[in-house]
Design a protein around this ligand. Structure first.
Ligand code: UGA
Length: 441
């Protein structure tokens, strides 16, 4: 059950990406007074008008409502947020460097700015995904840059939001993790999350930081694991859906995140795996298992490409209709999307790609310039030698396949997300290839 906070808090959120914006809007909806900061003036101007820089279901409505209720505001001034708010969340980007390390320069810059503007006690909370020991760096940076006699605490409060269901995940968390060093910080964060009635895990800062990286690494491991098992299924004609069900009903394993596919993507799993491997290495621990998870994911994309190639024979001058560009449904995010890698490789081999996605086409234009962007799913398959499914948007589940068959040059569907029934596709007269499921001829 979700209720409102007993005493509204003044909360500053630095960084208005997926995490910052969702966190800010959700804390506001619980009755708090939230000020969101970003150094991107254009973005702040948009947000002030209630326009979203990203597509996230429900976010626009939530932001608009809370602006109207005067509980949510936007600024480019960190100083305003630090002066006004007792609790300041750091939600800036921590992108990967070439070597896999997380680039923490934005976290440092923000920490310095917070320190400069603090005049009384502040709780500074890291919410961005960061490697273990970042909290102590933030604390040190603030200490060095703050005025004398100003008290502060640093805490870690990792987010577990999935893009596409971020608001739901925020308001209905499996758990809230808070890593703190003082009773005062613990009380503030407990009070803040009290309305959500979720289990709260209170720990030290390092443990909280590890919980975040370990959670994402574990989930990514489940996906690479099931993808490898799917490849075995392909070899022997077994059915991965049944195998996943049989494994997942063991509650120690759990049925979630056992969906095979053309690889995982997004701005979290690939970069967090890399960052966790790197930080562990620096601490003298070689994460062989996680390296294999990342490698298996790269292999999975190539495995799927090979499926396409095996079925089309020569790729050059073939036309492929692609449905799905985002790294998963319900988002316009294409960062590390398997679809992008796969299309780039197909195009390099001379394939003409006609792609459709309900939300991600605008973002894709910046990285895929040889692609023809279709106006809908039917337009994508016109004259196609194959239809390839790369993201499981709901609207792709219910297509008029009779119409599709007429539009295609050859009735071949290669499904990287296993969204159709092999029997039904055969009945409709398609050659249907999916991942880890027997091919029905
Ligand atoms: C992930 C985590 O699930 C969140 O808990 C976490 O907060 C977030 O990263 C983050 O660190 O910010 P997200 O990247 O939004 O969330 O998306 P997921 O739903 O986890 O999917 C990630 C990728 O795995 C997608 O490409 C998806 O297609 C793939 N996936 C997921 C599979 O291939 N199979 C599955 O069974 C599940």
């Amino acid at each position: 059950m979700i209720s409102e906070v007993e005493t509204a808090m003044k909360i500053g959120i630095i960084g208005t990406g997926y995490v910052g914006l969702t966190t800010g809007a959700c804390f506001a909806s619980l009755g708090n007074d939230v000020l969101c900061v970003d150094n991107n003036e254009k973005k702040i101007a948009m947000l002030k008008k209630g326009h979203m820089p990203i597509y996230e279901p429900g976010l626009e409505e939530l932001v608009k409502t809370n602006i109207k209720e005067n509980r949510l505001a936007f600024t480019t001034s960190i100083s305003d947020a630090v002066k006004k708010c007792e609790v300041v969340f750091i939600c800036v980007n921590t992108p990967p460097k070439e070597n896999g390390d997380a680039d923490l320069s934005a976290v440092e810059v923000v920490s310095q700015a917070i320190a400069k503007h603090m005049t009384s006690y502040r709780l500074i909370v890291e919410k961005s995904t960061v490697p273990v020991e970042t909290g102590s760096r933030v604390k040190q940076t603030i200490k060095v840059n703050a005025r004398k006699n100003v008290n502060f605490d640093v805490a870690s409060n990792p987010e577990f939001l999935k893009e596409g269901s971020a608001i739901h995940d925020f308001l209905n968390p499996d758990r809230v993790v808070i890593g703190v060093e003082s009773k005062k910080a613990e009380k503030i964060l407990r009070d803040l999350y009290k309305p959500l009635s979720a289990p709260i895990v209170v720990t030290d800062i390092q443990s909280a930081e590890i919980i975040k990286h370990a959670s994402n690494s574990f989930l990514a491991s489940k996906i690479s694991f099931i993808n490898l098992i799917a490849r075995i299924c392909d070899r022997v004609g077994a059915d991965i859906n049944k195998v996943a069900e049989g494994i997942g009903l063991d509650h120690r394993i759990g049925k979630d995140f056992l969906r095979p596919g053309a690889g995982f993507g997004g701005f979290c799993f690939p970069k967090d795996l890399a960052a966790f491997i790197r930080i562990a290495e620096k601490l003298g621990v070689e994460m062989k298992m996680l390296k294999a998870v990342a490698e298996a994911n790269e292999d999975q994309k190539n495995y799927f490409l090979k499926m396409i190639e095996d079925n089309l024979w020569n790729l050059k001058n073939k036309t492929v209709g692609v449905l799905g560009l985002s790294f998963k449904p319900d988002t316009d995010d294409i960062r590390f999307a398997p679809a992008i890698d796969i299309i780039l490789k197909l195009e390099r081999e001379g394939v003409k790609v006609r792609a459709f996605d309900p939300q991600a086409i605008n973002n894709a234009r910046a990285v895929l310039n040889g692609t023809v962007y279709a106006k809908d799913s039917y337009d994508a398959v016109k004259g196609a030698d194959a239809l390839v499914i790369l993201t499981e948007w709901n609207e792709f589940r219910q297509l008029d396949f009779k119409r599709i068959k007429k539009l295609m040059k050859r009735p071949l569907v290669i499904d990287g997300r296993n969204i159709y029934s092999p029997e039904k596709m055969r009945e409709l007269g398609f050659q249907y290839i999916s991942i880890g499921r027997p091919t029905v001829q």
